[in-house]
Design a protein. Sequence first.
Length: 307
Amino acid sequence: MKPTHAIHTIDTGFLRPQFDAAYLIVENGHGAFVDCGTNHSLPRMLAALEAAGLQPADVDWLILTHVHLDHAGGAGELIAHLPNAKLVVHPRGARHMIDPSKLWAGASAVYGEAVMERDYGRLRPIPAERVVEATDGHVVDLAGRLLHCIDTPGHAKHHLTVHDTRANVCFTGDVFGLSYREFDTARGAFILPTTSPVQFDPDALHASINRLVALKPAAMYLTHFNRVDEIERLAGDLHEQIDAMVALAQAAHQQPDRHASLVASLTRLYTDRAAAHGWQGSHASLLELLGGDIELNAQGLAVWLHG
């Protein structure tokens, strides 16, 4: 994709092509990364700098939307290669970047140690003096280009969104859902919410989405995956699905195998919505593309029910 407002999309290579994005914003010879993928993404991040005509020393900032490892797992390794950059992160996530041991342990409990080593690599601590905690309204100055950090919980309590006021676009991490390009049709982008396994809050997620829509951005840049517009329509789709997912979770609450019931009902929900969107892929293709997200959403809804 041709850069717009000097915004470069980087496919981090995590899991499959066009699944996990990071971004490089360039302004007057200075750069800021938004999210960074895993340790294995480092060569792609550095290659993106070279392609944009920058050196590692030209990067001022690495901004994390949140500290889930597909967004932030490679932060320590990347910062170690950027001599002048500081890390910008939500206050709730900062301690996990300085000492990632609990983050590693928590993720290992979900995915297993072997998967963690294979998919992410060991997490590298970041010196505390290089970490900036971004409270709601914090402004990152990229050579005069102002990047506003907005507290946007719902997917995670440590989630922020970056509003690039020059381009009038938002880098939304996971709070504005997932939109895989394989589901694009003549009707445009297809979108669905993501709960995360442990901190889903539907009311907060509704509010965060509304807060971003109120900015009237020209586009949203999602980590999964890339730029989408038609913001009002997509926001409406997200709101509808959040409510539908909550209703499915409540209906499954008393089922003997609640998790299996949730997986089945979520699969039907997304299958029906994809078909209504004009997507003509097979059921097997849908499961290949969304199976992991369905599993995580079922886990997140179950944790929310217990909350």
